[in-house]
Write a protein that binds this ligand. Structure first.
Ligand SMILES: Cc1ncc(COP(=O)(O)O)c(C=O)c1O
Length: 400
């Protein structure tokens, strides 16, 4: 049996939707991107949405819109996908890493204030709502407000994630989402920014469109369409195509169904893997709703080790990591794809060398990098699910 790590939900309805712009001939950002933005606003409860080519470009534009520039400092968790920090580097600003809480894999909010006081002039915090679980956003916003710092949520993985029924991406000034095929809903590549600020939204629309004061669709459908608009700011081409917009609309129509299937599989993982001492399953705090974009466990061999992980040596972590890799290797041999959750940025060549960072500098992020295992999660058959559970049990017995 072959079990991929992800399986985007694509059907005839999606084909029908993407054929619409192809039939009309309007392929660039147009009516379907607009409809996608309107539906996204409805879904998340934000006031405005600005679709982009990816979450990376959404984050990049967000920092520009907030005025981040050379030598500014931006707080980023040390365990996240590399794009979260790369967008800071694009602007020649400096990412300031903060370690994560190993229970949630999200930035440790209790470490943020200490870093703000040490670094002094932090301009923005980018909490990441990793794997579909929101960071402790109420607390992070409280700290940011105290020091007059802006918050941009990296919600790449957190479509359908909530705290007290408030959707991810609506806590900070701006929230950025990804529609890469490993996400809950997909447009192939694609991203979106949400905000409640009219001013930021207008600015972002201009920035994603080469700095144009009026977009092509509006211009083509108004008088004097033969004249090009004003370009008063330096902009980018970060526009989503209308084919992607149409796919986004169609994906949003089935989003609740996709999410509930993922939650059903997650529930079964808790039921059938909960007794395995070797794995810590994802933790969901009270009043948080997890979208389960990923189901990321931590390989610990023995639950007793979990509370001591921040204190064990790098050598011991690396030894456990070899066992984790063996598990993933055996599963791969059995046709089951798994992945490490994401990576610790301070041990990636670019960041390690540029900022002279050591594994122990952000120990929880190091542990998460070395010991996390992401299991396949999507609408799968009972047979596929049983095969995964059976294989995990066999593999664990093999490494005992
Ligand atoms: C936390 C996080 N931020 C940013 C991104 C970048 O998203 P995109 O691939 O849409 O640029 C990803 C992608 O997986 C991610 O996981």
């Amino acid at each position: 049996m072959k079990i991929p790590i992800t399986r985007p939900v694509l059907d005839e309805k999606d084909l029908e939707y993407i054929s619409k712009p192809i039939k009309s001939g309007w392929l660039v950002q147009g009516p379907y991107v607009k409809e996608f933005e309107e539906k996204f606003v409805e879904y998340t409860g934000a006031k405005y949405a600005i679709a982009t080519t990816s979450c990376t470009t959404a984050l990049h534009l967000s920092l520009i819109a907030l005025g981040v520039s050379e030598n500014d400092k931006v707080i980023v968790p040390a365990f996240t996908f590399v794009a979260t920090a790369n967008v800071v580097e694009y602007l020649r600003a400096k990412p300031i890493f903060v370690d994560i809480n190993l229970k949630t894999f999200n930035i440790d909010e209790e470490k943020i204030e200490e870093v703000i006081l040490k670094e002094k002039d932090i301009k923005v915090i980018i909490p990441v709502n990793l794997f579909g679980l929101c960071a402790n956003l109420p607390r992070i916003i409280e700290i940011a407000d105290k020091y007059n710092i802006e918050v941009v949520e990296d919600s790449a993985c957190a479509f359908g994630s909530y705290i007290y029924n408030k959707h991810s991406g609506t806590f900070g000034a701006l929230g950025c989402f990804s529609f890469h095929p490993r996400k809950v809903i997909t447009t192939g590549e694609g991203g979106i920014i949400i905000t409640n600020s009219y001013k930021l939204a207008e600015n972002l629309r201009i920035l994603r469109d080469h700095g144009a004061s009026k977009n092509d669709f509006l211009r083509h459908n108004s008088k004097y369409s033969f004249l090009l608009p004003e370009y008063n700011v330096l902009g980018y081409n970060y526009r989503m195509t209308d084919i992607q917009g149409a796919l986004g609309v169609s994906q949003l129509l089935k989003a609740d169904r996709i999410l509930s299937k993922r939650r059903e599989v997650a529930k079964k993982y808790y039921k059938f893997l909960g007794d395995i001492d070797y794995l810590i399953l994802p933790f969901v705090p009270d009043n948080y709703e997890h979208s389960f974009q990923s189901f990321v466990c931590l390989y610990v061999r023995d639950r007793e080790i979990f509370s001591k992980l921040s204190k064990i040596s790098i050598e011991e972590i690396d030894k456990l990591s070899e066992e984790r890799n063996k598990i993933m290797f055996y599963l791969e041999e059995m046709g089951i794809s798994t992945r490490q959750g994401t990576h610790a940025l301070h041990i990636l060549g670019y960041y390690k060398n540029k900022y002279n960072l050591k594994p122990v500098d952000f120990i929880n992020s190091y542990v998460a990098d070395k010991l996390s295992i992401s299991l396949p999660i999507y609408d799968m058959t009972d047979q596929e699910f049983e095969y995964i559970i059976d294989s995990i049990r066999k593999v664990i017995n093999r490494i005992k």
